[in-house]
Design a binder for this molecule. Sequence first.
Ligand code: ADP
Ligand code: MG
Length: 349
Amino acid sequence: MSNITLGILGGGQLGSLLCVAAKKLNVKSIIFSDDKDAPAKNFCNEFIFAKYNDKNKIYDFSKKVNVITYEFENIPYETLNEMNKLKIVLPKPSINRLIQHRLAEKDFINKLNIRTTRYINITDKSDLEPLIDFLPGILKTTTMGYDGKGQYPLKNIEEIKTLNIDFSKEYILEKLVKLKKEISVIITRFGNNKYEIYEPIENVHENQILRHSKIPAEINKKIFNQSKEWAIQISEELKYVGTLCVEFFLDRNDNLYVNEIAPRVHNSGHLTINAYNVSQFENHVRAVCSMEQIPLKKIQNAKMTNIIGKEIASFRQNLKLDQNQFFFDYLKKEIKEKRKMGHLTTILK
Ligand code: ADP
Ligand code: MG
């Protein structure tokens, strides 16, 4: 063991894969989760089950670790802030607060002169009526959304009346982009102008949930370079430390837009485990624990497929993998519709 102990908030598949990477680096991992059956329980060195506002548990956890990070962005700012008084939290809590709010996030990106989809803030049902200009569009909760949750695709004004939308929440309405494809860029920043960046990954979503990711992305050189430049610019502007993902849309006229930023490791980067010398998870642990930065090298191209809901059953039962296939089971106890249960990475020639 090195003598570093890493605290991780959240115990899903991303937390699990961070624990696996930490183990490889001899870093001890302690998961803090509000789900007593969180899958990362199977992968960490120690597991703390508590509510995210439990002051005593926050204190106990913080005392045990050297540095704290998180695997998902929907953590109360107060929790991160409290922990940050005791131990360093990376990425900084203020970054998480900015990015977990879709409106603040999009305003920030636009201030950098980086293109996003057109959007408008909605606080009331009546706000929606005059917004024909933004339709067809998608209404999204400003906070707590993921995997398409909290989203309502809207074709026309009439639809608003038929949908049972909870207007006690705040939303943004985003104009629908006529998508040619979606890509993401993952970058791990270690300090000022010190970063490792992965090549753009091409992503296919089904029902707003990621289905496949692959490298190389089929995009031209200009998009390849522009997406990487924007990811570098965003991470430098945030003075980010750790792994960050920028999701992009490409429209039918080859215009590139930033869709959203994830201040964490990302599902589209699972293939980096098998395709690169250092995965996004290992790089995240290296960056937040101030460990050595290793020049990134791609070893091979790869494709990743998410295994969703009941699909996991056949993988668990009669698994026959080819030599170039790697199956990961997140060991989630309960199979739920639309729940990411595992993934399969295939190395491409
Ligand atoms: P989440 O936080 O759930 O990942 P996103 O904003 O990334 O939310 O939306 C999920 C997916 O829905 C996107 O990857 C894309 O496929 C589709 N989508 C979201 N917003 C738009 C949009 N404005 N135009 C076209 N497709 C969109
Ligand atoms: Mg997304």
